[in-house]
Design a protein around this ligand. Structure first.
Ligand code: XMP
Length: 500
């Protein structure tokens, strides 16, 4: 049986994904759709409730996103957050005031009326981030709470189960935000907390069996956690009809090949081909494109040997899927050409099998554990498809690869903790040093360690001084030719996590 679900309509808020996360943490299956979704699609989805996200627009601007026509006729409980709340008020005859000054940060709710939404609320601290606000409610609505600057910080029409909050319950700065969402989902919308990864797994296995039938699925393993978990799941469904392939491009971390053998892939040795294609290439985008193109060629040639392979398995995650869905439906700017096998399905007439499309990274790790993947696999750091090539600034040569791989191993051995990623980068800068009373002129290794929840934004980690000292000392002593180690203290944005 499919779990009951809540649909989140995205109006372009930075925190829409967080709303989905919170629902899933409450064991309610949630899906995000762009706010331009048709009523037909919504009906097919058959959700038990709808949440409207915030967004950067103002209802007063002529082309600002509006609610899908007929939304209220569905009779579903709706919770509007920030712009979502303003849209409810605006559409139903209330008034939204464009403010001269944005309100940003903590605020305290002054509860005005009893409601299920704020049942058992003990801490009225909430987090605001808005320009406009509602200054007159539609007929039939009442104010639930105000703040010192916002007269209708929360409002409802209880008989129609319509609720609006100007603040953001999905962010952790709203102290009891999860309780408010839980009240909406369970007390108001009567959803069931029935979303479990184990039932997701069972359903997905059945779905893949049906989708694939007697055909074969080929799958490129990257060495990262997503493709490994996806491969294991597909293998559970179709056994040896899955052909996992690992293209050895020679740009991997030390120990990678041994570890990947746990998944028993077909290993294609294309080291020389890749390094040949990278000869003389120093521009980051050209590097990425050369690697992506070579990968497609190698993979395509190999898969021609498997004529019954009609499907391509991929470890695409939910954030990858919705990243490209903006509130206005436009594509986001290309910062880097992320390496993937995107060109393959059309070129080879393959259909996609993407069992992780609806999951977040931490759910993928949990699923990996459920599938029996060993902890060292499940807890792996993300590793970019183009491998060490985008961490070697300047030309990629076999020597520079080997050099960086040694320093990178030390970084991985010495740093531990709940960081998103930690690795070494080889800079194209030589510098003067003094070693054993003699002048040295050697390479520069940069250590990068970042904290992040999804890789979209990141902050550099405040590593203990002792750890930094040990990393630096070991690299200088154990990787001949290094005369300087530096630590990257740039957050994302404006920097990116990888250097290229
Ligand atoms: P950036 O450098 O864009 O990286 O801040 C964000 C996250 O994505 C990883 N990354 C990649 N992953 N193919 C991948 O599969 C790629 O081409 C690629 N480039 C960056 C990066 O390691 C970080 O976790």
């Amino acid at each position: 049986m499919l779990p009951t679900s809540v649909v989140i309509l995205d109006f372009g808020s930075q925190t829409t994904q967080l709303i989905a996360r919170r629902c899933r943490e409450l064991k309610v299956y949630s899906k995000i759709f762009p706010c331009s979704v048709s009523l037909e699609t919504l009906k097919k989805e058959n959700p038990a409730a709808i949440i409207l996200s915030g967004g950067p627009a103002s209802v007063h601007v002529s082309d600002s996103p509006s609610l899908p026509a007929g939304l209220f006729e569905l009779g579903l409980p709706i919770l509007g957050i920030c712009y979502g709340a303003q849209s409810i008020a605006h559409q139903l005859g209330g008034h939204v005031k464009p403010s001269k000054k944005s309100e940003f940060g903590h605020a305290e709710l002054d509860l005005q009326a009893h409601s299920k939404l704020f049942e058992n609320l003990e801490h009225p601290d909430v987090w605001m981030s808005h320009g406009d606000q509602v200054d007159a409610l539609p007929a039939g609505f009442e104010t639930l709470a105000s703040t010192s600057t916002c007269p209708h910080a929360a409002f409802m029409c209880e008989s129609k189960k319509l609720y609006g909050v100007q603040f953001h319950p999905e962010v952790t700065h709203t102290k009891e935000g999860t309780k408010i969402l839980s009240n909406f989902l369970f007390s108001i919308a009567k959803l069931k907390a029935d979303y479990e990864l184990s039932s997701f797994l069972e359903e997905e296995v059945e779905r893949i069996k049906k989708q694939v039938g007697n055909a074969q699925v080929i799958m490129a393993l990257s060495g990262g956690v997503d493709s490994s978990v996806a491969a294991k799941l597909i293998q559970n469904a179709i056994g040896d009809k899955l052909i996992p392939i690992y293209v050895n491009h020679g740009l991997h971390r030390l120990g990678e090949l041994e570890e990947i053998s746990e998944l028993k892939p077909l290993v294609i040795d294309a080291k020389e081909l890749f390094l040949g294609r990278l000869k003389g290439v120093t521009d980051p985008e050209q590097k990425r494109k050369a690697i992506g193109q070579t990968f497609i060629e190698v993979f395509e040639a190999e898969s021609k040997k498997h004529p019954n392979a009609k499907f391509l398995g991929q470890g695409t995650l939910y954030p990858d899927v919705i990243e490209s869905v903006s509130a206005h439906g436009g594509p986001s700017a290309v910062i880097k050409s992320h390496h993937n096998v995107g060109g393959l399905p059309e070129r080879m007439h393959l259909k996609l099998v993407e069992p992780l499309r609806m999951l977040f990274k931490d759910e993928v790790r949990k699923l990996g554990r459920l599938l029996g993947l060993s902890e060292k696999w499940v807890a792996r750091q993300p590793f970019p498809g183009p491998g060490l090539a985008i961490r070697i600034l300047g030309e990629v040569t076999p020597e520079r690869c080997e050099f960086l791989a040694k320093a990178d191993l030390i970084v991985r051995q010495e740093i531990s903790g709940p960081y998103w990623q930690y690795f070494a980068v080889l800079l194209p800068v030589k510098s003067v040093g003094v070693m054993g009373d003699a002048r040295s002129y050697g390479e520069t290794i940069c250590v990068r360690c970042v904290e992040s929840t999804d890789g979209m934004t990141a902050d550099w980690a405040y590593l203990p001084r002792e750890t930094l000292r040990k990393v630096s000392n070991r690299i200088i002593n154990e990787v001949p030719g290094v005369s300087r180690v530096v630590y990257d203290i740039s957050s994302k944005p404006p920097a990116t996590i990888e250097w290229e």
